[in-house]
Structure formats: C-alpha cells, structure tokens
Design a protein around this ligand. Structure first.
Ligand code: HEC
Length: 256
C-alpha cells in the first residue's frame, strides 16, 4: 500500500486525508503531470488547485533543490499503482480559509544546497526531514512558539491505544541532549533505543535509519549549532503543566 494514502484520523484529524500518490489513474496520481506533483510538494497547491493543509510539510520541502525534487518525483512514479479511493479532505471552516494565504509560488529554480560543511549539509537534511514539525512546540493555533526552535514539548499521538509522547528538546542546552555525541546520535536513530530505553516510533527513526553515516553525522553537526533553549522534557516523568511552552508534558513543572 506504499503511497496509497490514508486519513489522518489517528492523529485527531479525521477530516484530513493524505492523498493516494501512486500511479493509479482514477484514485491516485496517474493523470497528474510532473509539474502538478512538484507544485504540491514544494508550493502546497494540490492537483485540484486547493491549498494543502500544512500537516503536509511543503513549507520545508520548499527548500528542496530542483534536482532533488526531480528525484523524488521519479521515485514516486516508480511506486506500483494501487487502486484505493480515499475520502477527500474536508478542512473545517475557518481554517479552510486561513490556509489559502500560505502557499507561495517559487519564482525561480531552487539551486543545489550548499553542502560544503557538515553543518550546512545537516541543515538542509534536517529541513527536508521536517524535524522541527514535531520538535518545535506550537501554540493552540498551530504556530511555532518564537525562540523555541527544536526545544521539544509538542505532544505526539497516533491512535487511541498509544500513549502520547512529547518530542524531545534537541538543543545543546543542559535540559536538551548535551550528553549526546555523534556516535550515540547515530546509534539512537539506527536502533530506536537510547542506552537500552526504547524510543517510541512516534519518533520516526525507522524512516531515518537508512540514511548514510555521513548524513546522520551532518544532522548531528547541525543540531550542535542550535541556540540552546532551557526547556526540560522527560517522557519518563509525570505529565505536569509547563510554564515555558504551555503544553503539559513529562517533567513540565520543572520549567519555571
Ligand atoms: C513525527 C514527529 C517527529 C519527527 C518528524 C521527529 N521526531 Fe524526534 N522525537 C519525537 C518524539 C515524540 C520523541 C520522544 C520519543 C520518546 O521519548 O520515546 C523524539 C525523540 C527524539 C530523540 C531522542 C531524544 C532523547 O531523549 O534522547 C532524538 C535524538 C530525536 N528525536 C531526533 C530527531 C531528528 C534529528 C529528527 C529529524 C531528522 C526528528 N527527531 C524528527 C518525534 C519526532
């Protein structure tokens, strides 16, 4: 069923559907042009001209170089066609209106990223991997909290039976991951375990584990350049209110 789409019901958005992007001509992307796919991925406009709900991280993919985008489209085209009719997205009003102002056209081509240092390469990879979508806390309107990039606290949930987990603070602050080194970081992403403790698969390490050592080390090099943000988050502790991000999470009360 790879690429055949699904509703986002388990994440509490039953009105949202990730499209079938396989080559099926009736229920999928078989009749969409490469440009149509490209516009959806980088500019946030769907095949039917609608602004896509930003759960689809097109704002990050905007940075994707023309060459990388061409590779992504070629790969999508290689997926076996799956016939699967998904319900259309019905974004509730007034959000359906508010999101219309978000997509912006890409006037020119997007050049290859500067990957001359591990930090720069890591910044590009981290953007495309959409780490901030989970690791930067948001307000009730879904906007990123200023000054809190990568500082964690966002609650992730997937299906009723799964315990919600807060995303970790990835900044080099003492309350972030100062104890990480390159080796440990690569190990955590490859194994989904941190010194024996299981990392929940709400953190999509399974998607990232196939990256090369060089790519993962570059991501870690970039994380080390982040502004340290003092924000304690620990999923092993009781969920308590947090004065820093206003989202109740494990160890929240420690942030005064
Ligand atoms: C879909 C949401 C999501 C995305 C995207 C995501 N994460 Fe996470 N991440 C989480 C959650 C939730 C946790 C906490 C898991 C736990 O405590 O079991 C976590 C935990 C982690 C940890 C473990 C921190 C610790 O406590 O030791 C690291 C490291 C990490 N993420 C790095 C990343 C990087 C780097 C990216 C991008 C390449 C990324 N994450 C993308 C949700 C996400």
């Amino acid at each position: 069923m790879a690429g055949a789409g699904r509703t986002i019901a388990a994440e509490d958005m039953p009105w949202l559907t990730a499209s079938n992007i396989t080559a099926d001509p009736e229920t999928g992307a078989g009749r969409w042009t490469d440009d149509t796919l490209a516009r959806a991925i980088r500019e946030g406009i769907g095949h039917d001209g609608r602004a896509l709900f930003p759960f689809m991280p097109y704002a990050n993919y905007r940075r994707m170089s023309d060459e990388d985008l061409a590779s992504v489209v070629t790969y999508i085209r290689s997926l076996p066609a799956v016939r699967r009719q998904n319900p259309p997205s019905e974004v509730p009003f007034p959000v359906s209106r508010l999101i219309n102002s978000m997509p912006a056209p890409i006037e020119d081509s997007v050049p290859e990223p500067d990957t001359s240092t591990p930090e720069k390469r890591g910044e590009y990879l981290t953007t495309l991997a959409s780490c901030t979508d989970c690791h930067t806390p948001r307000n009730e309107q879904g906007q990123f909290l200023p000054g809190m990039a990568f500082a964690g606290g966002n609650i992730l949930k997937f299906a009723e039976e799964r315990e919600p987990r807060a995303a970790a603070n990835l900044t080099p602050s003492p309350s972030g991951i100062p104890y990480y080194n390159e080796e440990l970081f690569v190990d955590v992403i490859r194994t989904g375990r941190l010194r024996g403790r299981e990392i929940t698969d709400l953190m999509p390490w399974g998607h990232y584990r196939g990256m090369t050592d060089e790519d993962l080390k570059a991501i870690f090099a970039y994380l080390k350049t982040l502004k340290p943000v003092d924000h304690f988050v620990d999923n092993a502790m009781t969920v308590t209110p947090c004065a820093t991000c206003n989202i109740p999470h494990g160890g929240g009360e420690r942030n005064k």
